[in-house]
Design a protein around this ligand. Structure first.
Ligand code: NAD
Length: 353
């Protein structure tokens, strides 16, 4: 049995769908509070798979988390659950501190008590894998070397500060108690099931609905982009082969300014779903920049490539085309999320929230 926290979110649900391939003989418990970002509709296709279990639980709930460890005795916990949207962290940071810092602390404490009571092979094999972000390293100048695992932390937003705090707690639990932890710091993901408040799904959805495509500032903020399926493969590799106590940077070697990403999306949409007149680029609107907006992130992924043999399968071009195709093929998913319709589905499945 493995635990996945935040498995109803964007990356967590992609991870679960990729993990539960036919023939894999292991059960998985998804622990998710189902915040606005949690959408179990993503996992409707495996709802009846006997290997898949779901618990609607807040990771901050000490009693409930301890009970889940005692009942299911996992061999590993993969911790994706977080408040993840930078703009929301600027508007109201409280929930970011609660979930990302206190929630991670609570999981670490529960895992430490559980692991302390294990013996022999079970104890040696246990892993706490913490999924984090490259945003903890702060911002780079145009000529700076990409972030490596030894780059000093310099988080600039309440989101990245809360993730940095959680990374430090994970590090300390290994250093102080010997808990077999693994930390991954990944660049920006894109792909199916991405909540349309984030740049790529927002642009695709707004474009086809004829709405403005908002770009912060001059649109020259550079991000490294990784297809979500490649992130999920990397996490599986780290779980299987990563060395306890280590951190691994994960990235796609795909540095792109936001404006270029949006232009690429518009160009693919122009080919796949041409407008009656003009281009989707005509809908681009520049808006006031986000306060404290980091200028550039770039990831040096050589450690995971060298030590664990991981490499992304998708190029930016292939991954972004696949992503646009997925959104065009799944208008019902987008409509459900954008209308809040999936909340009705949750209510039917799990009762009123
Ligand atoms: P997301 O916002 O799509 O999903 C987060 C999930 O966590 C949701 O299902 C939500 O319901 C759940 N959750 C939130 N608070 C909870 C709580 N208190 N208890 C239990 N569940 C709770 O996020 P995502 O984009 O899938 O990111 C997953 C992880 O990966 C995060 O830790 C994030 O920091 C990290 N990460 C994301 C990216 C990216 O580009 N999206 C890149 C690098 C790292």
């Amino acid at each position: 049995m493995i635990f996945v926290t935040g498995g109803a979110g964007f990356i967590g649900s992609n991870f679960i769908l990729d993990y539960l391939v036919p023939g894999r003989d292991e059960r998985l418990l998804n622990i998710d509070k189902l915040t606005y970002a949690g959408n179990p509709y993503n996992l409707a296709g495996i709802a009846n798979d006997s290997r898949y279990l779901f618990s609607q639980t807040d990771i901050c709930d000490e009693t409930a988390i301890a009970a889940l460890f005692a009942q299911h005795r996992p061999r590993a916990i993969l911790h994706f659950a977080a408040e993840s949207h930078v703009d929301r962290s600027i508007a109201s940071p409280d929930e970011f501190i609660r979930t990302n810092v206190n929630g991670t602390f609570n999981l670490l404490e529960a895992a430490r008590r559980y692991w302390n009571a294990l013996q022999g092979e079970e104890r040696d094999a246990f892993r706490f894998l913490h999924v984090s972000t490259d945003e903890v390293y702060g911002t780079l100048g145009p000529q700076d070397a990409p972030f490596s695992e030894t780059t000093p932390y310099a988080p600039n937003s309440p989101y990245s500060a809360s993730k940095a705090a959680s990374d430090h707690l994970v590090r300390a639990y290994h250093h102080t108690y010997g808990l077999p932890t693994l930390t991954t710091n990944c660049s920006n993901n894109y792909g199916p099931y991405h909540f349309p408040e984030k740049l790529i799904p927002l642009v695709i959805s707004n474009a086809v609905e004829g709405k403005p495509l908002p770009i912060y500032g001059d649109g020259m903020q550079v991000r490294d982009w990784l297809y979500v399926g490649d992130h999920c493969t990397a996490i599986r590799e780290v779980l299987a082969k990563g060395k306890p106590g280590e951190t691994y940077n994960i990235g796609g070697w795909n540095e792109k300014p936001n404006l270029e990403v949006v232009h690429t999306l518009c160009d693919i949409l122009d080919q796949l779903k041409p407008k009656a007149a003009g281009s989707y680029r005509d809908q681009i609107t520049f808006v006031k920049d986000r306060p404290g907006h980091d200028r550039r992130y770039a990831i040096d992924a050589r450690k995971i490539e060298r030590e664990l043999g991981w490499k992304p399968v998708e190029t930016f071009e292939s991954g972004i085309r696949k992503t646009v195709e997925w959104y065009l093929a799944n208008p019902q998913w987008v409509a459900n999320v954008r209308s809040g319709g999936y909340l009705t589905w949750i209510e039917q499945q799990y009762g009123a929230q």
